[in-house]
Design a binder for this molecule. Structure first.
Ligand SMILES: Cc1ncc(COP(=O)(O)O)c(C=O)c1O
Length: 390
């Protein structure tokens, strides 16, 4: 089946946070929302069909999770990333952020240090700080127009850390870490008794023939030392269904997490998520191939447009995620000015760069998972606003 991602779907009745929370986030509804990380595309038809079928049953009581649910996830990981997951070491989690939060609480004590690589998805800061732990930043640095890991600093920081939250692939920089980079980071952590949690939620949204490497397949030693959070919600635009998976290094660790979640009675999925996830992982390939091609075209469009008409803004071509990192430093604004400029002058609802890296100035993040005509309108508005500054 051929999907039409150019179709603009009115999300007014869709209870979409991306649209309904504009006023709260930007102070106005009058912005094109290109912020929170979901897609403005309908998901794959087999997923829609399976959820419809479930809805028509009309009974959504306490819901079981059949073996076929984890089978579908494990088969997908084997097929896509050559990762043979031991099903006995897998648990359900409502969300990847919930897994990060649980990891911080279970694996560290108040006042201890958690290492993150910034800029990074802002919840990495929040989940640490809301639990009264300290963030230690290994800043990803710009060298020869590329964002790279400062390994010397990483090793220095690892010596002081109790836990490392890895973002693999990386949001917001769109980096697919290589096997060498992953191995070097994780080996440093193992040598310094730092537990590693790898957030691999973006692992299926990979472009430009890059190869995603699951951290757990690099070596047996690494697999025995990391916790991996995976999910189909980003891949198939199902974030509202709240279902993710955790792969543990051993039973002892799995039991610790399961007990923690049980202590809050968090152990069942909602009535629709297991059906949706099974359909996604068993029958979602065709849609995913097409959406990746479409989003890749969106990256090219935004890049081409900025190069030609808005050279003050330098965009990246992410190798993963559908989130573009915009370098707006040439506009010469501080973060507040840039924030207001994007809302008031350009009419765009983007994420501020300093929410991902607090010491950064002059960056924004743009969600490119929307119909091309929406991006065309957004780029025209941005060009017009920048022109006025010249
Ligand atoms: C790196 C990363 N982890 C986790 C999440 C959210 O995960 P969940 O909705 O499963 O909590 C996001 C959403 O943007 C993300 O970018």
């Amino acid at each position: 089946m051929k999907y039409n991602f150019d179709e603009i779907i009115d999300r007014k009745e869709n209870r979409a946070a991306k649209y309904d929370e504009r006023k709260k986030k930007f102070g106005t509804d009058d912005v094109i929302p290109l912020w929170i990380a979901d897609m403005d595309f309908k998901t794959a038809q087999p997923i829609i069909d399976s959820v419809k079928k479930r809805a028509e049953e009309g009974m959504w009581g306490y819901t079981s999770r059949p073996d076929s649910y984890f089978d579908a996830i494990c088969d997908w990981k084997k097929r896509k990333h050559n990762w043979e997951i031991d099903k006995s070491l897998v648990s359900f989690s409502l969300g990847v952020v919930q897994t990060l939060a649980a990891s911080v609480k279970i694996l560290t004590k108040e006042g201890e240090n958690v290492l993150i690589q910034t800029p990074v998805y802002s919840e990495f800061y929040d989940m640490v700080e809301l639990s009264n732990r300290n963030v230690i930043e290994n800043k990803i640095v710009e060298r020869n127009d590329k964002w790279v890991i400062d390994f010397e600093d990483f090793e220095d920081k690892a010596k002081k850390a109790n836990l490392f939250l890895l973002c693999n692939p990386h949001n917001p920089l769109g980096i697919v870490w290589t096997e060498e980079e992953l191995k070097r980071m994780i080996d440093i952590c193992i040598a310094n008794d730092v537990v590693v949690v790898s957030d691999e939620i973006h692992s299926d949204l990979v472009f430009h023939d890059k190869k995603f490497v699951p951290a757990a397949i690099i070596s047996k030693g690494i697999a025995e030392n990391i916790i991996v959070a995976i999910s189909g919600t980003k891949t198939f635009n199902l974030a509202g269904l709240q279902a993710s998976t955790v792969v543990f290094p051993n039973l002892e660790m799995k039991n610790k997490f399961d007990k923690f979640w049980m202590s809050m009675d968090i152990h069942r999925n909602n009535a629709f998520s297991s059906n949706a996830m099974e359909a996604a992982f068993n029958e979602g390939d065709e849609w995913l191939e097409q959406v990746i091609e479409y989003i890749s075209g969106n990256f090219d469009y935004v890049n081409g447009y900025c190069e030609k008409y808005i050279p003050e803004i330098i965009t990246n071509r992410p190798d993963a995620t559908y989130l573009m990192w915009l370098d707006c430093r040439a506009l010469g604004m501080d973060n507040d000015e840039l924030h207001n400029f994007m809302i008031e002058d350009a009419g765009l609802g983007l994420n501020d760069g300093n929410s991902f890296g607090r010491s950064l100035n002059g960056f924004m993040r743009l969600n490119a998972a929307c119909p091309r005509p929406v991006l065309e309108k957004a780029m025209k508005q941005l060009e017009k606003a920048v022109k006025k500054l010249r």
